[in-house]
Design a protein around this ligand. Sequence first.
Ligand code: GLN
Length: 540
Amino acid sequence: MARVKDQTKYIFVTGGVTSSLGKGIISASLAKLLQARCFSVTIQKLDPYINIDPGTLNPYEHGECYVTEDGAETDLDLGHYERFLNVPTSQANNVTTGRIYLSVIEKERRGDYLGETVQVIPHITDEIKHAIKLLGESGKYDFVITEIGGTVGDIESLPYIEAIRQLKWEMGSRALVIHLTLVPYLKAARELKTKPTQHSVKTMLEYGVQPDILVCRTERPLNDHIRNKIALFCNVEATSVIESIDTSSIYKVPILMREEKLDQVVLKKTRTKSNCPPDLESWEQFISRLEHPKKTVEIGLVGKYAELMDAYKSIIESLIHAGTTNDCKVNLKLIHSEQINHHNVTSKLEGLSGIVVAPGFGDRGIEGKIISIGHARKNNIPFLGICLGMQCAVVEFARNVLHLNEAHSTEMNANTPYPVIDIMEEQKKINTKGGTMRLGAYPCSIKTDTLAHKVYAKEDISERHRHRYEFNNHFLKDFESHGMFASGMNPQANLVEIMELKDHPFFIGVQFHPEYRSTVANPHPLFVGFVEAAIRFSEK
Ligand code: GLN
């Protein structure tokens, strides 16, 4: 339904005191509650760094890079938005300072500002406001929730706070600010402390923004005394002081926020009528299954960022969705691929009923991945290889079954005599690194009578990509005659999308990233099938 343009409500989520308080989860949870009340909602993340997008960032810096349908390389919070809302996001949902400046500088060169001095205020702030209003102006949304990355007080986020100040002034009750802060518990004093929150709100006030709602992250429940104290010192009503207590699963946060009446406060403050009580029945069913598994299964995730959960966020969440669908708790072990060799592979992977080999770039840890895959192949352990994980499965098979000993991907060894994985034709002429991979959703046709077909239960699928290299079709015949075959192909480009093994209970490598598509409402069939196979393996 098209909405009157200026009826969209804008909710800004800022963070204070420290990073990592869970702004993304709070934004997604509020969005979930509003969606459950029949509103149409989208969430946007504004990141105050100068990279155009996180595609060029190391996962150590910023965790996983999440890819949208339209091929945008984005912040991992967009993954949470999609997993919670089950609605796709796009490039418009993630804007960085780099992108804002690029656009302003291009306009300046074009002559759009001829005669003017181009400045942070108003040119940069106008560009930020434009990026915020763009989603609302599509007429598709009742609410646009905009999460501002970083912490209030950072130099980098100043123009964003200034843009919010102006929008609040222009829009009145159509805009509100939720400020997320920390209320720490001091063991020595045996007390929750409100001072960091007071200071953080004071910083907001210096910039001219009065938060409307405070969401307080805490280890312990906030009593009335604390709520009233925060309300008094920060100029908000006590009902607008929302407790966000630590919880065992991010998926419980919408329920906690409903108990705290966050949605009701938002509706009241934005003067929005709701005739639809929040229906979270299927969400609650998911949580109940998540919390009462009937069995457990041990799964290993082999990757070079094993110490860094955020690097594999979407894979980890996909396994949680798939485990829940199978009424099974997935005990996930992250295993460092650099530490795996021929001598220790059996002990490193001992007790696992399923092995996922992670996506990635570059040489580090590559041999450990290949060795792990050989172990899964020979011991009939369910295996799922994602992107680089699929490419490693191809290299392993080439070396150990086809006896092409020096087979490799040309990404790792440009001079291999057997380039079983090679750079895509269209990539050969590209020299720049930002946003130049094969990105976003592409179709794939699945062959019938294959494991992939059984898992997806359909022939035509579409999945998201992020890669430069591909299976080298020159070798396909040799692979297929030895038992590894292409069960999914891109119908136009003839690129191999899925490889699987004959005579193995579950051995699938995919060139795409199924993890970007798994949501609570729609757990991904590949992960569901993989966990199912792992359960069967564990029961043997
Ligand atoms: N490095 C590989 C490529 O570019 C795989 C990429 C990935 O795993 N996302 O093709």
